[in-house]
Each structure stands twice: as structure tokens, then as C-alpha cells.
Ligand binder design. Sequence first.
Ligand code: MG
Length: 401
Amino acid sequence: MSELRITAVRSFCTQPAGARLLIVKVITSEPGLHGLGCATFTQRYRAVEAALEHHIAPLVAGRDPRDSEELWNLMMLNGYWRNGPVLNNAISGVDMALWDIKGKLAGLPCFQLWGGRSRPAAAVYGHAGGATVEAVAEDARRLLAEGVRFVRCQMGGYPGLGGPEAQRPEGAAPGRYFSPRERLEAVPRLFEGLRAALGDEVELLHDIHERLAPIDAVWLAKALEPFRLFFLEDILAPEDIRWFERVRAVCATPLAMGELFNNPQEITPLIAERLIDFIRVHVSQIGGVTPALKLARLCEPFGVRTAWHGPGDTSPVGMAANVHLDVSVPNFGIQEWARRTPLEYDMFPGLPEVRNGYVYPNDMPGWGIEFDEALAARHPCRDGNPSWTEARTPDGALARP
Ligand code: MG
């Protein structure tokens, strides 16, 4: 097969569960040979769709799909400005599809293209939540009973506890409110209660979602140290990452960071200076598997482990790619796993399955996942903007998510 060309790039918006998913299919000149990729930027998926149709698809049309490295650089550099979330996701859709094609051509699962398995399966963490410490503990017990040994625990959902309405000034906008002060009090209380209720063996995680003043983040990481978290996630906003040095200086709470990162310049100093323990980027958000593999290799000698972002707004295709990376790279840490719906399993045959706290890739070539386009067409995306990202502090001001 010396002549092989990309003949079309198609994108599909579908919403089989809560999140709007954007799936990319790269079609080649070889009959029946195509690849699937994830381009899901669930909050701005129409912008990604337009970037793919008008800019990325014409750029790669007629090119050899086996040249994934050259094509990734072409897609990233051709627009001159780069490393933004819309274009990174569009590039990821094609990049992942090219790796899928490469695996299918070789007759191998993608993880075999990168050195094979370092482990047979990837440990996952699930999400437990509730309004009280007791409710969170009860929800965590449900996961433990399924064999999951790592549990992310949140009280009060996002953005957290609302704070008293009486504190708001006249004219405060409606919406979701949270009190940083209450949160600082509540989170250590939550983990003290969870250790008492669940014991010391379970691995506990917590996500701050960037919503603290930097010095409060330093205080909280220190306050949580006695409860031996597996990791504390996104304790600082991307704008505040220089504060990680201060956090490191006062405690040994393991730190995970990265789901909002787009640009390698944001990530590299944290790794090289050993300021975080887990890199937690959203693989499509940084431009796909090509940069994710490089990032994992960069992290390895610095002792930083991978924890790819994996909630419901990572598509099943993106999750398959995560799992291939997880079983392959030696410095894998943990995989976030949101429960997928029966409809998602129907729409994406081959979607990896979790058994007894581990997720397993299959041995099919490429990502080992298919996509039922007809079924997806019956579940189109419903347009709209998210509301959970709009959180306000008690004085009515918007907080950064
Ligand atoms: Mg997070």
C-alpha cells in the first residue's frame, strides 16, 4: 500500500448522555480504512466543528495519513497562532484518528505501537458526592463495593457549599454561589470524617477546581496533609501556578494539575521543577495523542505520573485513547472514570470496560472502538452554554472555575 491518502475528514456532534461529544472520522483512499478521534470541547463544540470543516480538513486532504508527526505539526503551525482550546481539539480529532489508522494498518492495538503493555489494566477512580460527610461516605462505599479502590470525594457538588444568602449585597446576580471561607472549613472536616468512616486503606482524592485564593490553597494543602490523600487536584488556577512552590514548601500533600492547560509552556516548568506529582491534562485539549505521548515521556524521569482527565465530557473514543496510554506508559498514575451509559456502549462498540476497579483495553487494532453514526444521528447535540462554570462569591462577583 504505497499510495495512501486522506480523502475526507468528517465530524459528528452527538449527546448520548449529559455531555456534548464531537467525534472525528478520517477516511482514507483504502476502502474500509478509517480512523476515529475525539475533538470534544463540550462547552464550545460548534467552534471546533467549524475549525475542522473550514481549516483542518482542507489542510490534510490528500496527505498520507501515516505521517502523523508531520501532519500534527502542520495542523499546529499552519494557522500561525496556536495552542488554543478550539484548535487543539480540532487537531486532536484528526491526530487520534491517524493513530487509529496506523494501528489498523499494523494490525495492532495502539499501545503496541509505543512499546506494549507496562501493566494489564489501568486502575480507575470514581466520583463520590453528597451534601453531608455521611452522604459522601455512603456514596464512596457504593464504589468500594464495586471493587474501586480510589475515590474522589466532593461535598456540595460544584462549586461547593453555597454560603448564606443573607450575606449577598442588593442586586447580586442569581446563580450558583460558594463561600471560600466555608469551603476551607468544610474540606478538612470532610476528610477527617471520611477517614473515620472508611478507614486508612482507601485512596481518597479531592478536586478544588481552582476556586481558592492562592494563599488559601497553600493553607488547605497543609491542612489536608494528615489525611494522606492520593492527590489534591487543581488547587490553583492556571494563572497562579507560580504559587506551587509555596505549596510544596509547606507540605507533602500529592498535587495533581492540568485539566485547563493548553500550552506546553504552562506545563513544562511544573514538571522540570518537580512541583506537581500527577499531570492531569485533557488529552484532546492539548492537541491529541502525539503531544500526550511526548508529555508522558517528559514526566517519566521527573517522577511525575499521568492522570488523564476522564469525566463524561471525554468521549468514549477519547477514553479508549486514555486507556491505551495508561497501560503503556511506565509512569501511569491513575485514570479518572465516569460511569458510561448503556446508550454510549451501544453507540461506541468496544468502549473499554471497568471490572473490579480496573479498566481494560481490548486487543482489536487501533483504539479498538467503533462508532454507530446512525445511532449518533438520532441523538444530536442540544445547543446551550454550561451553568456550572458560573460560580459567584458571596459579594456577587464571578469566581474563576
Ligand atoms: Mg478536575
